[in-house]
Design a protein around this ligand. Structure first.
Ligand code: KG4
Ligand code: ZN
Length: 336
């Protein structure tokens, strides 16, 4: 059997990333350039700044990824590229680069859904992992509970009705004047705080619903901060961080375990930037143990945006015979 060499490109948000993979799960290179420093001063990602940065960087990052993998354009079997969801201008940079290589080298193009990529990060981290499993995908843009039955076969069990989990972390961090991105900062502070100090609401929604809602929690935390300020009472950021984080974790963990029980699945995987949260990881493992449900998650650099996870999806599409046309367009609100 001939080996498949995938070149993968990811530019959906503020990471310019290119990866080379061998047979889908072996990462030969995974170059990730984060633009965080360019966006920090604005307190969030500025779409136009992101697009321009991608344009400036994409060619040299492709070259670096090939070099690190010790391959040339002629060794590539196909190209995988994120075409949504994400920022349209940012997506178009990676997509155009991917199409150009596919056309010039006359090799197939595989468009990849970014959310699917987050799930597949687990296949790279855990070479023995196979579906079926429940995936909790929590990032800055999405919060989904998905039943992955087989490669390319998904059932969405729940999604957020308002803010994404990571978005809530970022907004609370901003209100506490901690900086951007908020998730890692709150994670760190929460370790020094008392999670039972402040009672924040947990939105479990209707019985049997696997949807999420974080806007009520966000308002409650913002109210707490404003009230303390008005009363001239101190705000212990460690306690606010710990109490807020626990409220998010309790809902995420409860619903994830419930999905696994419902679907009689013995594996759960975490995905997306918030999967880096240490409290979420340990709480989920604890709550899964009594049911003998195994919990897997990717290492930190595979949790946040990267091209290796995109390449893994592209590989499984390629071997199933799926091909994208060179007229593939960016779809900012692409669904799983
Ligand atoms: O997957 P990702 O890199 O980008 C999107 O596709 O959205 O996720 C970024 C999000 C940000 O909201 C960030 O605050 C959050 O993931 N995040 C965390 C942690 N590390 C990153 N949230 C909670 N705890 C963390 N340790
Ligand atoms: Zn992402």
């Amino acid at each position: 059997k001939k080996e498949v060499i995938t070149l993968a490109i990811e530019t959906s948000c503020d990471e310019t990333s290119v990866s080379v993979l061998k047979n889908g799960r072996r990462v030969l290179s995974n170059v990730i350039h984060s633009q965080i420093d360019q966006h920090k001063k604005f307190g969030g990602v500025v779409p136009e700044v992101a697009s321009r940065q991608h344009i400036e960087l994409i060619n040299q990052i492709i070259e670096t990824a090939l070099k690190e993998a010790e391959v040339t354009f002629d060794d590539l079997t196909h190209v995988g590229v994120t075409y949504g969801p994400g920022l349209v201008g940012a997506l178009l940079v990676g997509l155009s680069a991917g199409k150009a290589i596919a056309l010039a080298k006359d090799i197939p193009l595989n468009g990849v859904n970014h959310i699917e990529g987050h799930i597949y990060a687990n296949f790279i981290e855990h070479p023995e992992l196979e579906p079926p499993f429940i995936a909790l995908i929590v990032s800055g843009g999405h919060s989904h509970l998905v039943y992955m039955k087989d490669y390319g076969d998904y059932e969405i069990l729940g999604r957020t009705r308002d803010d994404a989990a990571g978005e809530a972390f970022d907004k609370i961090a901003r209100a506490l004047e901690l900086g951007y991105p908020g998730g890692p900062l709150i994670d760190k502070l929460a370790k020094e705080g008392n999670k039972d100090k402040i009672k924040f609401p947990r939105a479990f929604l209707e019985d049997n619903s696997f949807d999420f809602s974080f806007s009520g929690l966000k308002s409650a935390v913002l109210n707490y901060i404003n009230t303390q300020k008005m009363k001239n009472e101190p705000i212990i950021v460690e306690d606010v961080a710990a109490s807020f984080q626990q409220a998010v974790i309790d809902v995420l963990v409860h619903k994830t375990v419930q999905c696994a029980i419902d679907k009689k699945v013995k594996q759960v995987v975490l995905a997306g930037g918030v999967a880096a949260n240490s409290g979420l990881r340990t709480n989920l493992i604890d709550k899964c143990k009594p049911y003998e449900i195994d919990v897997k998650y990717p290492s930190l650099n595979l949790c946040t945006d990267n091209a290796a996870m995109i390449g893994c999806v592209a590989y499984y599409e390629y071997i199933r015979g799926i091909r994208s046309g060179l007229d593939l367009n960016a779809i900012p609100n692409l669904k799983l």
